[in-house]
Design a protein. Structure first.
Length: 200
């Protein structure tokens, strides 16, 4: 009787784990090209829900845009050591970079700035921004890299402003502003799905 009960519990646990793995695998990851644009997944920092940012490939340089119209696009970077905690990233780095136009540079910044956390490799990064209707929504974004200062903190998948603020306030993460300003509209998941995965 005990053996049958234990088997039932193990079977139920395996089913839950399998469902979690399936859900995690379904998260979108990587850049997609649609016409002359690149589309990437992102998280709306107000809700933690997925959104998608579309950037024209041949847009005039956004670096001359009025600084007052720029809002932060946070790139939250995770080390290999926490892959099992955070799962699928908006941009994966380990095992082949699926955001080839900026992923390797972001990984390099992480490894050189906080080698104690990222020295064994960079799992990936997420984009976190204020969505349509938010007080910090824009179509002109300046990139801000968010790096964890310890592995314990990096186990939390940061997708909201509350989580981001808590990590920064506690000293569990730092920001690195980089001289990248881009134009990006938010679009639907259906638009992202129409794109072709970017080639490395």
């Amino acid at each position: 009787m005990k053996t049958k009960f234990l088997f039932t519990i193990l079977l139920a646990g395996a089913a839950v784990a399998l469902q979690a793995g399936i859900a995690r695998a379904e998260l979108p990851s990587g850049e997609r090209q649609l016409g002359q644009t690149v589309i990437e997944p992102a998280y709306d920092l107000r809700s933690g829900e997925l959104t998608y940012i579309m950037t024209p490939q041949r847009a005039p340089s956004a670096t001359k845009a009025d600084a007052g119209t720029q809002e932060p696009l946070y790139l939250v970077v995770y080390p290999n050591a926490v892959a099992g905690y955070v799962g699928t990233m908006n941009c994966a780095h380990e095992g082949g970079d699926n955001c080839p136009d900026h992923g390797p540079a972001i990984a390099s910044i992480a490894q050189s700035t906080v080698p104690s956390v990222y020295g064994d490799g960079v799992w990936g990064h997420d984009h976190v921004l204020d969505g349509v209707g938010g007080s910090n929504f824009s179509v002109t974004w300046h990139a801000v890299v968010v790096l964890f200062t310890n592995l314990d903190a990096a186990r939390t998948h940061v997708t909201t402003a509350a989580q981001l603020d808590a990590a920064l306030d506690a000293g569990d993460a730092i920001t690195v502003e980089i001289p990248v300003v881009l134009h990006g509209n938010l679009v639907s998941g259906a638009t992202y799905a129409r794109g072709v995965p970017a080639a490395d």
